[in-house]
Design a protein around this ligand. Structure first.
Ligand code: ARG
Length: 460
């Protein structure tokens, strides 16, 4: 290993199988832009405190820019012996600019360097995913005015429960996605302390200015404990949790729409461009894209678990295990981005099967709860009203009728208070559309409340 950056104390070479086993360049090359950002800030600071001349700093900056341009153009040679992205860039720099390149790693270790690169990656990723979540929110909100007056069955236990505006369902996802965005903001805010200058684990005897490097990279401040820095992957776990919950939300959405797309539910049609056929059954249209969004969420949750297990046994400061944090991070990020890039088109392109929905809307006694609440307003105690309406539902089932088909006399027999002063009020909540319109409470699924929420989101 005499040729290696760390080769000074070694006599023999490294077994090539060890090089292959320990390398990370095959997956950490994508950190190159962040590695260059960190190195340029470091060099700027080193020059300001007198550890580099201005000429050396300029040579470093120009050299790093040229190397990054080559990497971006796919012209940069990667070699397993050079281990990781940090070593590749530093050794290429030294090849080009000589001794100035040999000074770049002054008062720095790969331990604080990789941590800085990762924080820059996660910080940027939080913003990328936030933007995509916003696009998806827009797709849902964009449907809302057009679908406001479509009353659909709301389900609990996948059983017909109460009627709601279809737009109530779209805004349900908008709310969940908004909390996802809040978690990304929290993650981004908390990670924003700069690791650089913690060096290997204990800081340095050299007169560096950590506030300056932090400011140059738009961190709020330098991280306060050098031992903590090189072992801290909290930000990564937090980001993966935020992604996991987002992936879980996308998976729940996918599951709901797969069910709604079925012949049995028949609520939605999905656009041709986002469904696929069967290799044997000529009639099939399958919701493969939502199914894969549901399936890919497993990778994201798996990545979170992988990192949690990776971290749990580690002593403080750097341990090489930490190199294993990158693959799950990148995979989870790429997976969520891929799902989020497809979803807005599916959401915008789906159509409600209005006629089918309307034809079956009176199935399942969606108006039973509104009728019970009418009884409560007429002075019947809630538990009594529940029993009374339950019996009326049973009566309807026996005689294949809806609640609206019952006569005034039948209502009166169930409980006189239902029709005291006429049956007009009672008739006004029967039928799914009337029952939906009668929903008045804040945040509920009736037209009035949903319209108010649509207006709020449109403004946002
Ligand atoms: N490639 C390493 C990683 O991903 C960089 C840090 C290596 N540090 C060390 N002391 N070996 O974590």
């Amino acid at each position: 290993s005499p040729g290696k950056a760390w080769g000074g104390r070694f006599e023999g070479g490294t077994d090539p199988r060890v090089e292959a086993f320990t390398e990370s360049i095959s997956f950490d090359a994508r950190l190159a832009p962040h590695d260059v950002t960190g190195s340029k800030a470091h060099a700027t600071m080193l020059a300001e405190v007198g550890l580099l001349t201005d000429d050396e700093r300029d040579a470093i900056h120009d050299g790093l820019d040229a190397i990054l341009a080559e990497i971006r153009a796919g012209k940069f040679p990667f070699r397993t012996e050079l281990e990781d992205v940090h070593m590749h860039i530093e050794s290429a720099l030294t090849e080009r600019i000589g001794d100035a390149g040999r000074k770049l790693h002054t008062a720095r270790s790969r331990n604080d360097q990789v941590s800085t690169d990762l924080k820059l990656f996660v910080r940027e990723s939080c913003e990328t995913v936030d933007g995509l979540l916003q696009d998806l929110q827009r797709a849902f909100v964009g449907r809302c005015e057009g679908d406001l007056d479509v009353v659909i069955p709301g389900f609990t236990h996948l059983q017909r429960a109460m009627p709601v505006s279809a737009s109530h369902s779209w805004l349900c996802w908008v709310e969940k996605l908004d909390r996802d965005r809040g978690r990304l903001r929290d993650c981004r805010a908390r990670l924003n302390e700069c690791p650089l200058g913690a060096a290997a684990l204990a800081g340095t005897t050299l007169p560096i200015d950590r506030d300056r490097t932090a400011a140059l990279m738009h961190f709020d401040r330098p991280a306060a404990n050098s031992l903590d820095v090189s072992s801290d992957r909290d930000f990564l776990a937090e980001y993966l949790f935020a992604l996991s919950l987002t992936a879980t939300h996308l998976s729940q959405w996918a599951e709901e729409w797969v069910v709604w797309f079925s012949t049995e539910f028949g609520i939605l049609s999905l656009p041709d461009a986002y469904t696929t056929g069967s290799s044997i059954m000529p009639q099939k249209r399958n919701p493969d894209v939502p199914e894969l969004i549901r399936g890919k969420s497993a990778r994201v949750v798996g990545a979170l678990m992988q990192v949690m297990v990776l971290l749990k046994g580690l002593p403080t400061a750097y341990n090489r295990d930490l190199q294993e944090d990158k693959s799950p991070l990148f995979d989870a990020h790429d997976t969520v981005v891929a799902c989020l890039e497809l979803m807005p088109q599916i959401v915008a392109g789906a159509t409600l099967n209005r006629e089918r929905i309307a034809a079956r809307l009176e199935d399942g006694f969606l108006d039973a709860t509104a009728l019970m609440e009418y009884a409560i307003r007429s002075g019947v105690p809630m538990r009594t009203a529940h029993g009374v309406i339950g019996k009326l539902v049973a009566l309807c089932e026996q005689s294949s009728r809806r609640l609206a088909d019952l006569t005034d006399a039948e209502f009166a027999e169930a409980d006189e208070r239902l029709v005291k002063g006429g049956s007009e009020g009672l008739r006004g909540v029967l039928g799914a559309a009337n029952a939906a319109a009668a929903l008045k409470s804040y945040g509920g699924g009736g037209r009035e409340q949903v319209a108010a929420q649509i207006a709020r989101w449109q403004k946002r």
